[in-house]
Design a protein around this ligand. Structure first.
Ligand code: AMP
Length: 409
C-alpha cells in the first residue's frame, strides 16, 4: 500500500517522501487506519518493522488537523534514552515540512538541561518523547500542561515493565486527561502486558506482527568472548563439529572476506557469499555448497532469508545480529525439514545488550557454553538492564529546523 493512499496532510506526505518511504510496511498498513479512525491500538511489533512511523504518522496527521498552540498533543513514553533519541530523529524527519514541534526528555542530572527542558515544556511542545523517570520529575514540578493531550503512546512496553517502570507509567497516566487515544506497542505480549493494556486501553484494535520463533529442535548455544577470542573459537568449533553443511554469518561483508581468508589459512574448505559477488558467482557458490563440494560458507545476511538447503546442520553467528528478526532468520537456516540443527552465537564485548534484546524476543535465555580454557579467560555475560539515565541531553526543534530523516539508522 502506498502512502499516498492514506490521505495524509500534504506537509506530512512531503516529509514521508523526503524520508524515502514509498510503501507502507505491514505494521504500518495495519496500525495506521485504526489510529486515524480514533481507536486505541495494541500492537506486537519489533524494531525493524517500521513500528515507529506506524504510530508517528497518524498521530502527527491528527495533530496537524487539531493543533492547539501551546498545548502538548502527544506523549510518547519509551524505556531508554537511545530509543527516545531515535524516535525524536524520526519525528524531525517526518515533521520537517510541518509546524509541529517536539522535545525529547531522557534523563540527566545536569541542572542546565533540566531548566532548558522546563522552558520547552512550558512553551508546550506538540509531541513529547520521554523516558519515565525524567518525565515524572518535570510533572512533579507542576508546570507541564497535559490538558490538551490527545495521544499517549507506550513504546516497547514489555521492556519498560522489565525495567521496573510500571509505577512510573501509572503515575504519568494519572496526570493525563481520561479522554484520549492510547496506543501500546510491545515486542512480546506476556500476561503482564495484557493486564496493563486492560487498564489503559479502551476496546483496542489488535495488531500482531510478531516474528515467528525458531523451531524448538534447534540447539542454541552462545559463547561470551573477548573480540580476539572469536577467530580461534570459530576455528575450533568448525574443526571439532561434524556437519554436512555449516553457515557462518557476519553482519558486514568486510568481516566475511577477512574471516574466509583466515578459515582458508586454517585449512578449512570454505567459500564466501555477499553482495559484492555477481549473481552468477553467487549461484555457483551456492550450488557447490548445496552439492557438498564446499561444506562451509561464510555469508552476510543476504543468505539469512530464503535459502532453503536442508543439509545445513550448523549455523554460527560470528557476531550478534542487529535485531532479533535477523537472528531468527539466521538460525532458521538449520534444522530444515526433518533435520536437526545447532546454532552457536559468539557474543563479543560490545554485543551483550544486543544479545539480551534477542533473548527477550525469544522469551528464553540461550545457554552460555564454556569457552575452551586454552583460549584464555573469557568475560562474564553482563547485559545492562537499566536505561542509564545518567547524562541528559535535550533536543527541541520547531518545524523546519532539521534535515529530513534518513532511510536507515
Ligand atoms: P522501526 O521499526 O520503526 O525502528 O523502523 C526501522 C527502519 O525502517 C527505520 O530506519 C525507518 O526509517 C525505516 N522505515 C520505516 N518505515 C518505512 C517505510 N515505509 N519504507 C522504508 N523504510 C521505512
Amino acid at each position: 500500500m502506498r502512502f499516498t493512499e492514506f490521505n495524509f496532510h500534504p506537509d506530512l506526505l512531503e516529509g514521508i517522501t523526503a524520508s524515502n518511504y514509498e510503501n507502507a510496511t505491514p505494521v504500518q498498513e495495519q496500525v495506521i487506519p485504526p489510529i486515524l479512525e480514533g481507536r486505541d491500538v495494541i500492537a506486537s511489533a519489533q524494531t525493524g518493522t517500521g513500528k515507529t512511523a506506524a504510530f508517528l504518522l497518524p498521530v502527527m496527521n491528527k495533530l496537524l488537523k487539531h493543533h492547539v498552540d501551546g498545548q502538548t498533543g502527544a506523549l510518547i513514553v519509551v524505556p531508554t534514552r537511545e530509543l527516545a533519541i531515535q524516535i525524536s530523529q524520526h519525528i524531525e524527519g517526518l515533521s520537517y515540512f510541518t509546524h509541529l514541534s517536539s522535545i525529547a526528555i531522557y534523563g540527566g542530572s545536569g541542572g542546565d538541561n533540566f531548566i532548558a527542558e522546563k522552558k520547552a515544556l512550558q512553551a508546550g511542545a506538540d509531541i513529547i518523547v520521554c523516558t519515565p523517570g525524567r518525565m515524572i520529575a518535570h510533572l512533579n514540578m507542576g508546570y507541564v500542561n497535559m490538558k490538551g493531550l490527545q495521544f499517549l503512546v507506550l513504546d516497547e512496553a514489555d521492556r519498560m515493565l522489565d525495567m521496573g517502570f510500571q509505577d512510573d507509567i501509572n503515575k504519568i497516566i494519572k496526570t493525563l486527561p481520561a479522554k484520549r487515544q492510547s496506543l501500546l506497542f510491545s515486542a512480546t505480549m506476556p500476561d503482564k502486558i495484557r493486564k496493563l493494556a486492560r487498564t489503559i486501553l479502551h476496546d483496542p484494535a489488535e495488531v500482531n506482527i510478531a516474528i515467528s520463533k525458531p523451531p524448538e529442535k534447534i540447539v542454541q548455544k552462545a559463547f561470551v568472548v573477548h573480540e580476539p577470542q572469536k577467530l580461534p573459537l570459530v576455528i575450533k568449533l568448525l574443526k571439532e563439529s561434524t556437519y554436512k553443511n555449516a553457515l557462518v554469518f557476519c553482519s558486514r561483508k568486510h568481516t566475511v572476506k577477512q574471516l574466509t581468508r583466515e578459515l582458508k589459512r586454517a585449512k578449512l574448505n570454505v567459500a564466501e557469499i555477499h553482495s559484492d559477488l555477481e549473481q552468477a558467482e553467487r549461484e555457483n557458490v551456492l550450488s557447490a555448497f548445496a552439492g557438498g563440494r564446499i561444506p562451509l560458507l561464510v555469508a552476510t545476511d543476504i543468505l539469512s532469508r530464503g535459502i532453503d538447503i536442508d543439509t545445513i546442520d550448523l549455523v554460527v553467528n560470528y557476531d550478534v545480529p542487529e535485531d532479533g528478526e535477523d537472528y531468527v532468520h539466521r538460525i532458521g537456516r538449520t534444522a530444515r525439514a526433518e533435520a536437526d540443527g545447532t546454532a552457536y552465537t559468539l557474543i563479543g564485548d560490545k554485543e551483550h545488550n544486543r544479545f539480551a534484546a534477542i533473548e527477550r524476543l525469544l522469551e528464553k535465555e540461550v545457554e552460555k557454553a564454556a569457552v575452551p580454557p586454552e583460549l584464555g579467560p573469557a568475560p562474564a555475560y553482563h547485559p545492562r538492564r537499566n536505561d542509564g539515565n545518567k547524562r541528559g541531553k535535550r533536543t527541541f526543534h520547531r518545524g523546519n529546523r532539521a534535515r529530513p530523516g534518513r532511510k536507515g539508522n
